[in-house]
Every structure is written in C-alpha cells, then in structure tokens.
Design a protein around this ligand. Sequence first.
Ligand code: SME
Length: 162
Amino acid sequence: MYDFAIAALADKQALYRELDGALDALTADEPDAIANMANAAALLWQYLPDLNWSGFYRAIGETLVLGPFQGKPACIRIPFGSGVCGAAAATRQVQCVADVHAFPGHIACDAASAAELVVPVIHAGRLIAVLDLDSPVAGRFDDADVAGCTMLMKRLAGRIAG
Ligand code: SME
C-alpha cells in the first residue's frame, strides 16, 4: 500500500511538486509501462480535485488506444486528429479546454465531462501516449495544471516508453 498523505493544497504548484515526488517514488524502480501508467492515473485521480476521468491513451500507429485509467469505461480507439485527445496527438500540443461542448469534434465518453486537459507524453522524439483528465466543472484546468501535468509527464515519459 502507498499512502502519500498529500494534503488538498490550495497552492497548485505546491500540490504538483508533491505529486511529482510521489510519482517518482511509484515509478522509479519499475520498468513495466502499464504498471506505471496505472499508478500515475490512480495518483492523479486520488489527489486532483473535481475529476471524473483520469487516464492514458497509448499512441499505436496513428491511433490512440485506451490505456490504464480511473473513471467510467471509455471509448477504446481514437484516430489522431479526432476530439481533444486526437488533437493533442496530432499536434503534440497540450490541449486545455474549458468547455468541451464548444470543442469541434469532442468525443463524449461521459456526459458529465465539461472541461478537459490532454498532455502529450513524448520520449526521445516519439509520442508514447497522451494523459487525459476530464472534469465535470467547466474551466477546471488552468495554466498551473498545464505546467504541473507537463512536469509530471516529463518525469513519466521514459518510464512508459516500453
Ligand atoms: N473526450 C475525449 C475522449 C476521451 S474521454 O474523455 C475519456 C476526446 O474528445 O478526445
């Protein structure tokens, strides 16, 4: 069992620093990509408030394939360029969407989702996966979440590259 006892910090930068330490502890000695994605998804699910989905899609060819996650069962395959995750994969740019209903082509896996943050995970120039966070709260994600999740995915990238 891991109990990181991370407080619900109002200071997001401090929260992400704590999460970075916890993610490092969870994944540093483990070579298995699935195990590391699973623990990363669970860590974020446990400590980031107001999420209804937290997980990974793996880049396989030009398709994103569902990986380890927490939340409701989700769409399994997303072509690059489709929806928010597909846009992140195609452009390799973070997608921070305040209102998914205004995003062209958004794929509604859970009707409760209102905001979404998708971070590409790149290792040695290769897109490995995308981290997908969904929230029922419109405007849930801000620049601090983008910076924090980008830092976490830099930490994780080499540990899920397989
Ligand atoms: N809404 C995402 C699809 C994945 S689910 O949210 C888990 C999208 O538009 O890419």
